[in-house]
Design a protein around this ligand. Sequence first.
Ligand SMILES: NC(=O)c1ccc[n+]([C@@H]2O[C@H](COP(=O)([O-])OP(=O)(O)OC[C@H]3O[C@@H](n4cnc5c(N)ncnc54)[C@H](OP(=O)(O)O)[C@@H]3O)[C@@H](O)[C@H]2O)c1
Length: 247
Amino acid sequence: MPPLANLPIAANVAVIGASGGIGAEFVRQLSTVSHVAQVHAFSRAGTDIVDDKVLSHAIDITDEDSVHQAALAASAEAPLDVVIVATGMLHGHSIQPEKSLSQIDPQAMLDVLQVNAVGPALVAKHFLPRMRRDARTVFAALSARVGSIADNRLGGWASYRASKAALNMLLKTAAIEQARRFPECIIIGLHPGTVDSGLSKPFQRRVPEGQLFTPETSVTHLCRVIDGLSPTDSGRCFAWDGSAVEY
Ligand SMILES: NC(=O)c1ccc[n+]([C@@H]2O[C@H](COP(=O)([O-])OP(=O)(O)OC[C@H]3O[C@@H](n4cnc5c(N)ncnc54)[C@H](OP(=O)(O)O)[C@@H]3O)[C@@H](O)[C@H]2O)c1
């Protein structure tokens, strides 16, 4: 079965973070689906995917006007059927995940919260009103199991964990509000497993043998998870194997 088999004919799809390991693979897989008409691929860096169905656009999710313009561009021809938010930050210029609270740097923490929580909230603010109203639609944001408060047994990575916990709460809140006017819209967080990408690269030594997914494997699993969801699942977070991630 092709990915996202139960989408409407001529589905209009947007992927935010299309330059990333997971985002680029979503663009690649979704552009192969016969009933997907258009994949709007948003990134700062640009994508190197060349395909008739893929339209590349610029976005900076820390800039609300950029997010607003992106939402207008993605929905100019048709309302949106699927939005995948695959942006995120774990480390970067002078940002490293904290091993202990003594390493908390306020500016680094704010930067991580801005990209991982505020950015997706702005995407939700501007993209959700532009989803199709009369059909099953999906808004999925890449979260992470380490954002689960109930599952936190190791500590560490305070900023990243807090940013993903905040994202999960924002998705739950958005799901409640969206259901009032778009009852068939499914809003979820996704845990992709540990995936070989720039984000995970410095931390891959600790990953047990055989548990580091390629982006292709992870996205294949995530599309299967999305396919199996119904509006009653909205507001929850699911892992790559379809199991619910507790908050
Ligand atoms: N890889 C894993 O093992 C793993 C595990 C659990 C969860 N996740 C989550 O999965 C998501 C994708 O991760 P990945 O592994 O694909 O990471 P990645 O390869 O580093 O991709 C991250 C993406 O986020 C984009 N981005 C960052 N800041 C942005 C901004 N201000 N505006 C627009 N785009 C911005 C990057 O775009 P630029 O190229 O323009 O910077 C890039 O496209 C993240 O939310 C991550 O937390 C990943």
